[in-house]
Design a protein around this ligand. Structure first.
Ligand SMILES: Nc1ncnc2c1ncn2[C@@H]1O[C@H](COP(=O)(O)OP(=O)(O)OP(=O)(O)O)[C@@H](O)[C@H]1O
Ligand SMILES: [Mg+2]
Length: 248
């Protein structure tokens, strides 16, 4: 257990109990916590604890961090040489990116968990699900056709809202979309990137959109979405994204 990772959240009076682990993934383990409503506004919350550095696999850093310049020379060199300090910085960059992106997207009105508090190791955010069950991932959810259609529109609207806020998820898939009471929530954003800076943005957007379209196609919806990624990219390029336009 990552006892030290939980402690600051107890000490700050944000959580009162670790109810159970929800899931351990590649980068992190997520726990259901009982939250203190007076400090968090919630009765339950999800605590995402990033794995210790040696257990993490940092995706394809060069692609995601393309176009981002690190001012401090000492840090830049450590990152390039992948020293221990460099890896620590790297770990911090991923967690910070997820934290900042959750904030920006919550403000932009996207359906993402609301971030509550962070440390160097963990992010506390709103929980999707109830006391008995965490929300299933879209990949294992079997909606009726009408619901599938509504979920598809929601996910596309979210991609539009994200783009409007200059965010591309970068690892969007039926694994990183949770479904609860008819609402699709987008999660897992450490690799998110800014299309104004990253020269791989169009390609990453296309991959995100195609994975989603492909999944919904198997559920029998969104069959006319072949050009969706291209249309989204063009709309973003010309700064005339109107959320809801391409999803309706
Ligand atoms: N806010 C949340 N509410 C409910 N469940 C959550 C929440 N955040 C994450 N989970 C659960 O924990 C899993 C892992 O979270 P996340 O995808 O953020 O981490 P990860 O380590 O990158 O996982 P993976 O390697 O599986 O992509 C999710 O697929 C989901 O089942
Ligand atoms: Mg994930």
């Amino acid at each position: 257990m990552h006892d030290e990772a939980f402690e600051p959240f107890f000490d700050e009076g944000l959580i009162t109990e670790i109810v159970r682990p929800i899931k351990s993934g590649k980068e992190a383990s997520v726990h259901l916590c009982r939250a203190n409503p007076s400090t968090t506004g919630e009765t339950l919350a999800a605590l995402k604890v990033y794995h210790p550095l040696d257990r993490r696999n940092f995706h394809d850093e060069a692609i995601y961090r393309d176009g981002e310049w690190i001012k401090e020379r000492r840090v830049r060199v450590a990152l390039e040489k992948k020293t221990r300090f460099g890896r620590e910085v790297q770990g911090g960059i991923w967690l910070s990116r997820e934290w900042e992106t959750l904030h920006a997207l919550t403000d932009a009105g996207a359906d993402v968990p609301r971030p509550i508090h962070r440390t160097d190791d963990a992010i506390l955010m709103t929980y999707v699900g109830d006391e008995d069950d965490a929300a299933p991932q879209l990949r294992s959810y079997r909606p009726e056709r009408d619901e599938a259609e509504a979920l598809f529109r929601q996910v596309v609207r979210n991609v539009e809202v994200m783009l409007g806020a200059n965010v591309i998820h970068g690892d969007l898939s039926p694994y990183n979309i949770l479904v609860w009471e008819g609402i699709a929530t987008i999660i897992d954003l450490p690799q998110a990137m800014d299309p104004r800076k990253n020269q791989h943005a169009e390609e990453l957007l296309r991959r995100d959109v195609e994975r989603v379209v492909e999944h919904f196609r198997r559920l029998g919806v969104g069959t006319g979405a072949g050009r969706l990624a291209a249309d989204l990219w063009v709309a973003w390029t010309f700064a005339d994204l109107v959320p809801g336009d391409l999803s309706s």
